[in-house]
Design a protein. Structure first.
Ligand SMILES: O=C[C@H](O)[C@H](O)COP(=O)(O)O
Ligand SMILES: C=C(OP(=O)(O)O)C(=O)O
Length: 391
């Protein structure tokens, strides 16, 4: 293979070789509708969106093992949590590094041993997403390269635009054309306005340039995507998961004429890039949720085993540890279960609280909802929610 000459990608071939069967199609539709329902009627659903999984996928067996565990967690917490698995196959890098399974499934470029095999990456990534969707787990992924999106957009239930690309017009055009709800991370400096601007831009129709099913360069007019939300991930100015910051974000969204649809990332800038802080961030969010705070969802970087590892120089066969991230550090499965228990308990509190609101006449409930102190009595930051993880 000579990668200095252009090579063709499988284009429609990937979808023909790995089609979305009826079961997977139904599951994808179910996931999208469930998230849309949370966006449009958060009170009637009452659950918390939990976007959880490895920082990046590199080993298909471990990804499916993780997905099976998450299916069990979904059965356990289905009344409180809408669990969506992070199946991230592309990674945005600050400078350079492994760019994900789709770009380099054999770590060839990372290790400098041979040329990366993008064709193989596309097929493996699509297969993993399909297998996970067939299990009934909705798939979330970062949509990083707008030309590669074509290979898996039919399987994804939640799309994410990352902190490094939220401000990009191309990514906003792409989002306006996506058939699933899309989350926009705040900027790398912590600024929320770029994410709010991204919601506005992608809600409108745009000319979108991409590839058609035959792989030809093409364009069409998108419809605009009304199903969008922001993701608070912290930034260079520090974390932004605290109750005052979340309330402020909700106010900024409402001022911009949007629903206060907020997902909070426990990792990245909010964990100050140390996975061991994710449990405490989640506990703080559980406190806010129990107190009725405006949090629609939570994101977590979690894997089978905790921490991270570098790809050994000799390649994967030469001793990658099973179920351990090769990008950002993740919490392990045991801590993941504790965090999910904690979040589910917080949601039960919130559901009980909103049952109180529903039990009083609408006129009073509307006033009461405007000021959560009517319901809670004390500010969210003063409530200590009993959480099994470090609080
Ligand atoms: O989520 C993963 C990383 O935070 C992201 O890819 C950036 O990583 P880097 O700063 O190590 O390149
Ligand atoms: C890269 C990611 O996040 P961010 O864009 O917030 O850095 C991620 O979630 O994997």
């Amino acid at each position: 293979m000579n990668l200095h000459e252009p090579l063709l990608l499988p284009s429609s071939g990937a979808k023909l070789a790995l089609p979305l069967d009826e079961t997977a199609q139904q599951n994808v539709r179910w996931g999208r509708d469930a998230v849309r329902n949370l966006l449009t009627q958060p009170r009637s659903d009452g659950r918390l969106l939990v976007v959880i999984g490895p920082c990046s996928i590199h080993d298909p067996d471990a990804a499916l093992d993780y997905a099976s565990r998450l299916v069990e967690a979904t059965k356990q917490h289905h009344r409180e949590l809408l669990i969506v698995m992070r199946v991230y196959v592309e990674k945005p890098r600050s400078t350079v590094g492994w760019k994900g399974l789709i770009h380099d499934p054999d770590y060839a470029q990372t290790l400098g041993h041979s040329d990366p095999d993008l064709n193989k990456g596309v097929l493996i990534s699509r297969q993993i997403m399909l297998d996970i969707a067939k299990k009934g787990l909705p798939v979330a992924t970062e949509l990083l390269n707008p030309l590669l999106v074509h290979f898996f957009q039919d399987i994804v239930s939640v799309g994410v635009v990352g902190a490094r690309t939220t401000e990009s017009q191309t990514h906003r055009e792409m989002s306006s054309d996506m058939p699933m709800p899309m989350g926009f991370k705040n900027g790398m400096d912590g600024g929320l306005q770029v994410a709010i601007d991204a919601m506005t831009a992608s809600s409108r129709p745009h000319t979108v340039v991409g590839v058609d099913d035959e792989g030809r360069l093409a364009y069409h007019l998108s419809h605009g995507n009304p199903d969008t939300f922001v993701i608070l991930r912290g930034g260079s100015n520090g974390p932004n998961f605290g109750p005052e910051q979340v309330q402020q974000a909700a106010q900024e969204l409402v001022r911009a004429g949007k629903k206060p649809a907020i997902v909070v990332d426990c990792s990245h800038g909010n964990s100050m890039k140390d996975y061991r802080n994710q449990g405490s961030v989640a506990a703080c969010l559980a406190n806010q949720i129990a107190a009725g705070g405006p949090i629609m969802g939570v994101m977590l970087e979690s894997n089978i085993n905790e921490g991270r590892q570098d790809v050994p120089n000799k390649g994967a066969e030469a001793g990658l540890k099973y179920g351990v991230s090769i990008t950002d550090g993740c919490v392990g499965w045991h801590e993941t279960e504790l965090i999910l228990d904690c979040l589910a308990a917080a949601v039960r509190e919130r559901q009980a609280r909103s049952a109180v609101v529903e039990s009083i006449p609408d006129t009073i409930a509307a006033e009461a909802l405007e000021d959560e102190k009517h319901l809670v009595g004390v500010p969210a930051s003063n409530i200590t929610f009993a959480c099994p993880v470090r609080c």
